[in-house]
Every structure is written in structure tokens, then in C-alpha cells.
Design a protein around this ligand. Structure first.
Ligand code: ARG
Length: 464
């Protein structure tokens, strides 16, 4: 084993097991781009401020750029014996540049370096996730646009409740996803502070220019306290929490799709390319994708819990516990990206069975509220109207019929206020069209909801 960078103080080599136990390169190597970009900015600043020689700083920058392209091209492989990605890059640089390479780590610690790298890495990830959620939202809007008049039952307690449209149902999800984007943007903004210069914990005596590094790396500003700069992982927790809420939305959507695919509902059919069969039951077509998304939601919640528990009670500033942040937040980010990018084409190719939705809407007395409202419009108090309608529903159940099909004589026998116009009032399309207040299921109202979401999506600005 090669000497450790910190070998000076030690008289024995590190135990092999401890070496492996301590090592994070297997999972932090994925931050190599951010690590090198950060080091390039740091080295440039060291040269500009005269902390190291300008010519040496230039050599370091060049050496780092070469390392970056060698890793990108596969020419340079990660050394599993390097403790972490930070040590690895510095080790290669020193092998290649000799003495000059050793100057890179001036006025820096791995503690502020890792704090910088994770922020940069997660910022890049958020920039990838937001467009995915935007695309998901647009896909949902597209389904809504094509189903403005697709009547279906709306549910409470999973009991048919009142008539809505598939468009209205879809736009509920569009609103959730829009909020998810808002939470991602918020977490981006709060992690956009540059921690380098915090040193190990107590900053540095060198006359560094933190603002130069911050500007070079595209941060809004620098972190304000060196202890906080190295020991803060709020941004991981915040992002993971935003991702957990997003997964919660995806899992509710998934659950509905699972139900809607069942023979009991048959509201939709997934494309063959996005469903799977059974090894034993030839008739089966299973919505595995949605079930997996439901399952993976638990995994992201687990990541959030890992981060929260890991940070609980940690003394300031850096503690090695914090190395555990990466696997959790990386897993959350990977899982979310995987789920959304599978969910979008599945959703886009799903077929809607309008007849079955309409038929289900016709069966569950979901126009009972409208029947009561009919009596209210004729001057009756709502509570009385409610009671009379309840009696009519019981009568229909007894006779095996629906409110639409119950003869007017039966209506009149229960309450003489009823007239032939009751059929128009309880017609499902009327029930939907009348709910045209902002936020309601009427096509005009849902159209406005779609326009609103599209306008909001259009205003999201993602910087490169
Ligand atoms: N691999 C470490 C981590 O991920 C980097 C920081 C190490 N700092 C230290 N003082 N040992 O947290």
C-alpha cells in the first residue's frame, strides 16, 4: 500500500480492514468532475492571490484538466486504495507534477473540499431533475387536454363520491409536481453558497479570495461561518425531503394506476412495452413499474431518515459520520431520476378506457349531491333536500336502478317538488359542467388550470 498523505505522524501502516472501512472512493468517485472543477478554481485563486507561484498554479490547472479528461475517457482508473476522490485526484496530480502537485492543497482541507463537492454535485443533479419533473408535468397536462370531457367518478374514502373528469384528476397531479419543482428550486437556492475557505473548521491564515472561487464556480455567495461551512448538511436533508415528497406524489399516482389497471376498474390499459407478464398465469398483465415506484418511495424515505439520524446530535464541526451522507443522497437522486424517466413514457402511452370510466360514474349515485341541490334551487333547505335524496337512493338500491333511470312518478311520490327537469339536472355531464368555479372539474375550469400550469412551467428558468 502506498504511503498515506497523512503518513508523517504515524509509525505503523493502516490496518487493511480499517483502510477499507474508512474508504469512500467506491461511492464518492462519482463526484470527480466537481472535485476537479473545485480544485481548478482553488488553484487559480492561489495563483492570482500570489499564495503560490502563478506558473505553478497554471501547471496545476493544466494537470487537473488532463486528469479530468483522462478519467472521462477511461484512460485513468480510480485507485480503490485511495481513501477518497479528493485524495485520489491529489495523488495523481502529485505523481504527474511532482513538487508542484503538492501545492494544490494549500489553504484547504478535505472538510471544506467535500462540503464544496457535494454542493456542486447536488446542484448539477437538481438541474437535471427539474426538467424531468417539468416533462412529467407537461405529460400530465397533455393527458388532461385530451380528456377534458372524460367523465369519471371522483372518490373519497375510495367510494364513488361526485362526478369529475380525468382531466381534472390529472391536473391535481400537475399541481403537486409544480410544487415539487418549487421545492427543488428552493433547495437549490439554499445550497448555492460556497464553503471553500472554511478550511478544516477554523478557516485559514492565507489571504485567500473566497469570492473569486465562488464566482468562478457559479455560486450566489460564500458561506458565512467556517464551522457551519464544513459541518452543514442541511442542504442534503432539504433536497432529500423534497425528493421524498415528490416520491410520495409519484407513489399515490402509481397506486391509482395499479387500481385503474385492475379488472375491477379497467379505466386504463398500459402499453405492452410498459407492463410485464406472469411466469405462470398466461392472462396476466401487471403494472410492475408503478408497483416498483411505490416500493422505491420507501427507499427514498429511508435515505431521508438516514441523513436525519446521521446528523442528529453531531458535535461541531466535521465528524466522520458525515461521510455517510453520500450514499443516502446519491441513492435518493438516482432513484428519483430513474422513477420519473420510466414513469413519463409509461404515462404517455397509457390508453384511457373512457366508456368504463363513464359507466363507473353512472353507477355510484355520484349525482346524489346534484339531486339534492336541484331541490335546494327550488327553495328547499339543504338538510331536507339531503334527506329526501337519501330516501331516493335507498329506493334505487332496493329496485336495482339509478337516479337517472328512476321514473318521475317515483320521484314525485317521495317529494312532489320534483319535475321532469330533474333528469337534466342530474345528468353527469351537467353535474360536471356546472362545477365551473375556479379549481372545479368543468372543462372551462380545467382548461384554465392547464393554462396556469403551462404558464408557470414557462417561467421556470434553469441556468446551465
Ligand atoms: N471522505 C470524506 C467524507 O466524505 C472526506 C472528508 C474527510 N475529512 C477528514 N477529516 N477525514 O466526508
Amino acid at each position: 500500500m502506498a504511503d498515506k498523505m497523512w503518513a508523517g505522524r504515524f509509525s505503523k501502516e493502516l490496518d487493511k480492514r480499517v483502510n477499507d472501512f474508512n474508504s469512500s472512493i467506491s461511492f464518492d468517485a462519482r463526484m470527480y468532475r466537481q472535485d476537479i472543477r473545485g480544485s481548478i478554481a482553488h488553484a487559480t485563486m492561489l495563483g492570482d492571490t500570489g499564495i503560490i507561484d502563478k506558473s505553478e498554479s497554471e501547471k496545476i490547472v493544466e494537470g487537473l484538466s488532463d486528469i479530468l479528461s483522462d478519467i472521462d475517457s477511461g484512460k485513468l482508473k480510480f485507485d480503490p486504495n485511495a481513501e477518497d476522490i479528493h485524495m485520489f485526484v491529489e495523488q495523481v496530480l502529485t505523481e504527474r507534477l511532482g513538487e508542484t502537485g503538492k501545492r494544490l492543497h494549500t489553504a484547504r482541507s478535505r472538510n471544506d473540499q467535500v462540503a464544496l463537492d457535494i454542493r456542486m454535485y447536488l446542484k448539477d443533479e437538481i438541474i437535471e431533475i427539474i426538467p424531468l419533473v417539468m416533462k412529467l408535468t407537461e405529460t400530465v397536462c397533455g393527458i388532461a387536454e385530451n380528456n377534458l370531457e372524460t367523465v369519471m367518478p371522483g372518490y373519497t374514502h375510495l367510494q364513488r363520491a361526485q362526478p369529475i373528469t380525468l382531466a381534472h384528476h390529472m391536473m391535481a397531479y400537475a399541481n403537486m409536481f409544480l410544487r415539487d419543482i418549487g421545492r427543488l428550486i428552493d433547495s437549490y437556492k439554499r445550497m448555492n453558497y460556497m464553503p471553500l475557505g472554511s478550511g478544516a473548521l477554523a478557516a485559514t491564515t492565507y489571504p485567500i479570495d473566497r469570492r473569486q472561487v465562488s464566482a468562478m464556480l457559479g455560486f450566489d455567495d460564500i458561506t458565512q461561518n467556517s464551522l457551519d461551512g464544513v459541518s452543514d448538511r442541511d442542504f442534503c436533508i432539504e433536497l432529500c425531503s423534497a425528493l421524498s415528497v415528490l416520491m410520495m406524489h409519484l407513489s399515490r399516482f402509481s397506486e391509482e394506476i395499479v387500481m385503474w389497471c385492475s379488472w375491477e376498474f379497467k379505466f386504463i390499459e398500459l402499453d405492452d412495452a410498459y407492463s410485464t407478464g406472469s411466469s405462470i398465469m398466461p392472462q396476466k398483465k401487471n403494472p410492475d413499474i408503478t408497483e416498483l415506484i411505490r416500493g422505491k418511495t420507501g427507499r427514498v424515505y429511508g435515505d431521508l431518515n438516514t441523513l436525519l439520524v446521521m446528523m442528529k446530535g453531531l458535535s461541531l464541526a466535521y465528524d466522520k459520520d458525515m461521510q455517510e451522507d453520500k450514499e443516502a443522497i446519491f441513492d435518493a437522486v438516482d432513484t428519483v431520476k430513474l422513477c420519473i424517466s420510466t414513469f413519463i413514457p409509461m404515462l404517455a402511452t397509457m390508453k384511457v378506457n373512457r366508456e368504463n370510466m363513464r359507466a363507473a360514474a353512472a353507477k355510484g349515485f355520484i349525482n346524489a349531491t346534484d339531486c339534492a341541490d336541484y331541490l335546494v334551487k327550488k327553495g328547499m333547505a339543504f338538510r331536507d333536500a339531503y334527506k329526501i335524496t337519501g330516501t331516493l337512493v335507498a329506493l334505487c338500491i332496493e329496485k336495482g336502478t339509478t337516479l337517472e333511470e328512476l321514473p318521475i312518478s317515483e320521484y314525485k311520490a317521495v317529494c312532489p317538488v320534483f319535475d321532469d327537469d330533474v333528469y337534466a339536472a342530474i345528468n353527469l355531464e351537467t353535474c360536471v359542467n356546472m362545477r365551473k368555479v375556479p379549481g372545479g372539474p368543468a372543462p372551462v375550469s380545467v382548461k384554465a388550470q392547464i393554462e396556469y400550469i403551462r404558464r408557470e412551467l414557462g417561467e421556470i428558468f434553469i441556468k446551465e
